[in-house]
Ligand binder design. Structure first.
Ligand code: GLA
Length: 749
């Protein structure tokens, strides 16, 4: 609900459990007052502006206006007129001078959402949300700044974005236009970010912030493996179930900045949006700019509740609706098994073996096009290598379909290799800086998709490939970061638009692809999980989480990813051991249980497997089909973290009606003389009775009180009360050996 109190010039935005309050000072300065647990009344809150203290407001004390600008908790901050903290907006006028000052002009409350043109966005109609549009202006520049707040009625979410319009007579340049900010006054706080690198994406990183600033950012052209466009502020006591948490998640896939800064008087300002570095957006009179959205979530029940709110938001209001209830295919992907060394016969062999095991789809990865046998050539040549796919793509796909399997294909549309027909025909289509040879990465270069002819040239090829056969799934890869970003076509003053225009061009291409092939399942990928963000989820309901398929490494990667993103978005496969990235040996059973936390599949040579492992696949596929609806649609609870306790990892998924839950427990490291671990479940109905069973078979006697795990057998622990399971918990037995996984089913009786 959105309320405006005329007498106090106060805005009160409420969701089921939260309040967001801002007000005007002197009738013109929009300041932030509160974001936290729901308030019944906001009367008297303006005192937090401290307008009765020195330096007072400019209306009272013009002499010290700049001191006011330094201190006032601006709702949307701006640079150059006395606020020295991290700003959201910076504008250069026609003479190259920087300075902007935003004051209130009007506001409007609209039903539903204001949909940002060309950008991925959260969705909603008038029944589930309303939008507040506060219009600020800079009278000198003739700039209008619309602060948009979408407030959800059934979710503790506020989505912010900004639309800037040049209503002046002269051009201006936006030097930065961040999506939104958060102002808090915590006594002490922690900052949580998702930090990483290739193979270690989205590792939860938490640090206390006392002075200065902490940031997460990308200048790599994509959201990156190194930092994720997410930041949370936590009270120091916050854990999974208690404490206050404020989350900010950006719906964007390019360069971003997320920064938390403590100011000179101990207050906290967090800003988030497109990174201002390498960004400059000229606007002639009449032009507009729309920022990406930032989704704010507040929880006073710890991180767990924040997570579940983001999951609900992204599943119900971001990802295309059909994927909420649609089963995802269990796939086999040939990448780790064959790399680029495959042909039709190999793939048919994969399909046969996959069919025998109950797998739904074969995905043909990198190496099917141009003359690509290694990574030195052919990106850009999206036509079939007939030496490998004898008789062409349709023949292969038809044969696979005839076996009862769907077919998926890998593409990397944004790239070109020098050794390609595309490059030979259009050497000027890649990004480059005049006079410099662009730097290669994995021997490839980034195409300047901001140019329409380049966009068309690439899209038409991809379109024709997909139209030529019955393709159910596309893995859209992007295997390098951007560098040497210059466009031969863009005007000199417009080069600062390129990085954002590039992201918009990618969005436009994915949107078009889905329009032309409406049944397609799109999975995004970027050297593993380097573009795993809410922007991409608008187009693809699943994203390849990481090239690191080691099940033990995946525990923390998936923990960090699922902190914000729904489990059903995490591409996760069972791969061969010793693992290609780490050399680690992990039991087949454990690899499968960890992959079942996301979308499930196999990334190994299913033709040549150990018979005892192959025999387990049908059971694993059946188990996945059983638990996946709960993973996909239920609530996720993080019970224990190996990252923190150094011995085990544990998570639960619970149906919304709390009738059925699955708990996965991974004993990462065995230890002698350690008693069974007590685990307290979460999310159950305290009044209900549950039948609890676990898929282990015990042979305690043989190993001094440790369990040896048997395959797929089930042991009933009996009927236990939900209240007891959550408060007292159960004892998970000591299991013999490292890397052992148990799955508990908790079913209401
Ligand atoms: C990236 C992906 C892999 C695979 C290769 C192919 O690294 O993350 O899964 O598709 O590219 O080149």
């Amino acid at each position: 609900m959105i309320q405006y109190y005329e007498d106090r010039q106060t805005f009160h935005l409420t969701t089921p459990n939260t309040s967001y309050v801002m007000a005007l000072a002197d009738g013109v300065w929009l300041g932030h007052l509160y974001y936290g647990a729901k308030l019944h009344d906001t009367a008297g809150m303006e005192q937090a502006f401290r307008l009765n203290e020195f330096p007072f407001s400019p209306a009272v004390n013009e002499r010290d206006k700049v001191r006011f600008m330094q201190m006032f908790p601006f709702e949307y901050s701006f640079l150059g007129t006395g606020d020295y903290r991290e700003p959201c907006l910076s504008v250069e006028n026609a003479h190259g001078m920087t300075g902007v000052e935003l004051t209130y002009r009007s506001h409007e409350i609209l039903p539903g959402k204001v949909v940002p043109d060309g950008l991925p966005h959260t969705r909603g109609c008038g029944e589930c949300c309303d939008t507040l549009d506060v219009l600020l202006e800079d009278r000198v520049l003739g700039l209008e700044v619309h602060l948009l707040y979408t407030v959800y009625k059934d979710l503790d979410v506020i989505v912010k974005s900004v639309r800037v319009v040049n209503r002046g007579d002269e051009p201006v340049v936006l030097k930065r236009v961040l999506s939104g900010q958060l102002n808090l006054e915590p006594d002490r706080c922690d900052v949580l970010t998702l930090h990483g690198s290739w193979g270690r994406e989205r590792t939860i990183t938490r640090q206390s912030l006392k002075t200065g600033a902490v940031s997460a950012e990308s200048l790599r052209g994509v959201s990156s493996a190194e930092d994720s466009p997410f930041l949370a502020i936590l009270t120091p006591n916050a854990d999974q179930t208690t404490g206050e948490v404020w989350g900010m998640s950006l719906v964007y896939s390019g360069n971003f900045l997320a920064k938390a800064q403590i100011d000179q008087i101990g207050r906290l300002r967090c800003v988030m949006g497109i990174h201002p570095e390498n960004f400059a957006w000229p606007m002639t009179p009449g032009e507009e700019f729309q920022s990406p959205e930032v989704c704010l979530v507040y929880s006073n029940e710890g991180l767990g509740k924040m997570t579940r709110t983001y999951h609900d938001l992204y599943r119900n209001h971001l990802i295309e609706k059909r994927w909420l209830t649609q089963d995802r295919p269990v796939l086999v992907n040939n990448w780790e098994a064959t790399m680029m060394d495959f042909d039709t016969d190999v793939l048919i062999g994969f399909a046969k073996a996959a069919k025998e095991s109950g797998i739904d789809m074969l995905v043909m990865d990198d190496g099917w096009f141009g003359h690509r046998d290694d990574d030195t050539s052919s990106l850009g040549d999206w036509f079939v290598n007939e030496k490998k796919l004898k008789g062409g793509l349709k023949k292969l796909v038809d044969a696979v379909n005839d076996m009862g399997l769907k077919f998926g294909i890998w593409v990397e549309p944004e790239m070109v290799c020098e050794d390609s027909e595309l490059f030979r025909a259009h050497p000027d289509w890649r990004f480059s800086l005049p006079g410099r040879k662009p730097g290669a990465l994995r021997q490839q270069y980034v195409l300047d998709l901001t140019r329409q002819e380049v966009w068309d040239g690439v899209y038409n090829q991809i379109h024709d490939t997909l139209a030529s056969a019955n393709i159910a799934y596309v893995k859209w890869d992007m295997n390098r970061y951007l560098a040497d970003v210059g466009s031969l076509e863009a005007e000199p003053g417009c080069q600062g638009q390129l990085l954002h225009r590039y992201v918009l061009a990618v969005y436009r291409m994915q949107e078009r692809l889905l329009k032309d092939f409406p049944d397609l399942l799109l999975e995004n990928c970027s050297s593993g999980g380097a573009r795993y963000d809410a922007g991409m989820l608008f187009y693809s309901p699943q994203i390849w989480t990481s090239d690191d398929t080691d099940a033990i490494e995946r525990l923390s990667i998936q923990e960090g990813t699922a902190l914000v993103f729904p489990m059903s978005t995490m591409g996760a496969h069972v791969s061969v051991c010793p693992n290609q990235q780490t050399g680690r040996e992990v039991p087949f059973n454990t690899r499968a249980k960890v992959a079942m936390a996301g979308t499930f599949g196999y990334e190994m040579d299913v033709r040549n497997m150990k018979p005892e492992e192959k025999a387990q696949i049908p059971g694993q596929v059946a188990l996945f089909r059983k638990i996946h609806p709960v993973v996909r649609e239920g609530d996720y609870y993080r019970i224990a973290s190996f990252r923190e306790n150094h011995h085990s990892d544990c998570w639960m998924v619970v149906t919304k009606d709390r009738a059925l839950a699955y708990m996965t427990y991974v004993q990462v490291l065995a230890a002698p003389n350690r008693p069974g671990v007590r685990v307290r479940m979460q999310g159950l109905d305290p009044e209900a009775c549950y039948e609890v069973s676990c898929d282990y078979e015990g042979s305690m006697a043989a190993h001094n009180g440790e369990m040896s795990l048997g395959p797929q057998s089930s042991k009933k622990l009996g009927r236990l009360n939900g209240d007891m399971l959550m408060k007292h918990g159960i004892i998970v037995p000591r299991v013999r050996g490292d890397y052992q996984a148990l799955l508990y089913e908790v079913r209401k009786v």
